[in-house]
Design a protein around this ligand. Structure first.
Ligand code: KG4
Ligand code: ZN
Length: 361
């Protein structure tokens, strides 16, 4: 059966609301998709301040939901379900979104879908095109860096994760060190274009290891030491540091991808041509994009990178994960609690430092 679902996202510094329809054959249609970024509110502090984020969600969410519903041409009575991020993320913000969803669900007698934000990222590709389970997911955002085998809705196996910083976080820290703005990823990428990737020989963390975990703190330290050693930086120095950092990341990602595709093949020899899905803000990086393209081509995977607006935090992905869960009857009780931590693969032990509280998901 087709379903109309409202999605709400408030787990970090974006207030977002979206409405979509999932057809009975599994196709998705976005009817509205609104994101209000709080970047300006947090910029003076150099990072996301949880209390400011939660208050901003309270101020903006109701109005944003009203706009999303009106753009979709629907009333709450028309909905088949109300989905909201229930974690992981900044608890104050998650509570704002989840409580709002509960209120709408209760008032209009609709099913509630308490969505794992990471499941939103993991399932987005299926909103845009048919994409059969199982597939390999690489999630690279400001808060997460992980490989997952997505075997089905609610069925995940983590192949690797970061043991310290997330990849987006590493880009942001390098940008900060060089006095470039926040978020740093796009600035580092722009600078790198004019730089020499061979000038600095930064480490390639965990290269050659027989797993597909990540570690970026040693690389970050090496960049910091180089920058301090240079003293005052010329524009060429900045460009060369960025290009050399990006080259180290690209080589590391190529190495980790080799391991991940091998582990996927081992786990699912029956899948002739699997998909490799890359999600999260760092997927926008063109140098890394070429690494993913090469790896996919070399190992017989179809690369799918959802468009940036659906790759970075948004509510359409939450509505979609909710619609997928609704289609399977996986609805939630109104008593469900918000969770600061919520790994997709509950069977894996947490990696030290990964999915830090307060980090973006
Ligand atoms: O997925 P996202 O929008 O937010 C969450 O973290 O959930 O990802 C944001 C991260 C930031 O760390 C940002 O610096 C990074 O993605 N990023 C990039 C690029 N664009 C965004 N990193 C490298 N190259 C880019 N072009
Ligand atoms: Zn996210």
């Amino acid at each position: 059966m087709a379903s109309l679902v409202l999605g709400i996202e408030t787990s970090c510094d974006e207030t977002a609301a979206a409405v979509l329809r999932r057809e009975s054959d599994g196709r998705g249609h976005i009817l509205s998709n609104l994101v209000l970024s709080q970047t300006q509110d947090h910029a003076p502090y150099g990072g996301v301040v949880p209390e400011i984020a939660a208050r901003a969600h309270v101020s903006h969410l109701d109005g944003l939901i009203a706009r999303a519903m009106s753009e979709a041409g629907l009333r709450f009575e028309d909905l088949d379900g109300v989905a909201a991020t229930a974690g992981p993320g900044l608890l104050g913000g998650v509570i704002v979104g989840l409580t709002t969803a509960k209120a709408i669900a209760l008032a209009h007698d609709k099913p509630l879908l308490a969505v794992n934000h990471l499941e939103g990222h993991a399932l987005t590709a299926r909103l845009l095109q048919p994409c059969a389970f199982p597939y390999l997911l690489l999630l690279i955002s400001g808060g997460h860096t992980q490989f997952q085998i997505v075997a089905g809705v609610g069925r995940y196996r983590r192949l690797g994760t970061t043991i310290d910083d997330a990849l987006g976080e590493a880009f942001d820290k390098v940008a900060k060190l060089l006095g470039l703005g926040y978020p740093g990823g796009p600035q580092v990428e722009r600078q790198a274009r004019a730089g020499d990737p061979r000038r600095f020989d930064f480490p390639r963390p965990l290269k050659g290891r027989r797993d597909c975990n990540f570690s970026f703190s040693g690389l970050k330290t090496a960049v910091r030491e180089t920058v301090h050693g240079l003293g005052s930086l010329s524009p060429q120095d900045v460009a060369d540091v960025c290009a050399s950092f990006e080259a180290a990341v690209a080589e590391t990602m190529a190495d980790r991808l080799r391991m991940a595709v091998a582990l996927f093949r081992e786990a699912h020899p029956e899948v002739a041509r699997p998909a490799l899905i890359v999600a999260g803000g760092v997927a926008a990086n063109l140098k890394l994009r070429s690494v993913f393209e090469e790896a996919a081509a070399a190992h017989g995977f179809d690369l799918i990178v959802p468009p940036a607006a659906l790759c970075t935090d948004n509510a359409a992905m939450i509505a979609w994960a909710g619609a997928e869960r609704l289609a399977l009857g996986l609805t939630d009780d109104l008593a469900v609690a918000a969770r600061a931590r919520w790994p997709l693969d509950q069977n894996q032990p947490p990696a030290y430092g990964a999915g830090k509280l307060g980090a973006k998901a």
